[in-house]
Design a protein around this ligand. Sequence first.
Ligand code: HEM
Length: 90
Amino acid sequence: ASTPYLRVTPSMLRRQTGRRGTDAWMALNGKVYNVTPYAKFHPGGVPELMRGAARDGTRLFGEVHPWVNYENMLTACLVGIMVDEPESTT
Ligand code: HEM
């Protein structure tokens, strides 16, 4: 069965901070993950993980632990793929 991908724009990602009742989303290499269910297991702690919340965490992740296989760990947390903001029609 194929995974139904959500197409996530930068403005959608920016709202997913993990605060105000939202889940925390993080983009890594073009894919978007909901990291909230994983947060309590993160060996580096929640605040460190949340440095990459609501944004593209690819560079930060790679600076800290490029050996970590996040794709396997977050398979069940995959939200979708990053896409460009749609052209404004106004
Ligand atoms: C460990 C930060 C995202 C998985 C750590 C540590 C830090 C850190 C500072 C070291 C903890 C220690 O040794 O005391 C961050 C930051 C992230 C991030 C700033 C935001 C981009 C993630 C994600 C995953 C992850 C998305 C996996 C889904 C791990 C694992 C370790 C770790 C498995 C242990 C690595 C080892 O000891 O070899 N993280 N992390 N982290 N983090 Fe992250």
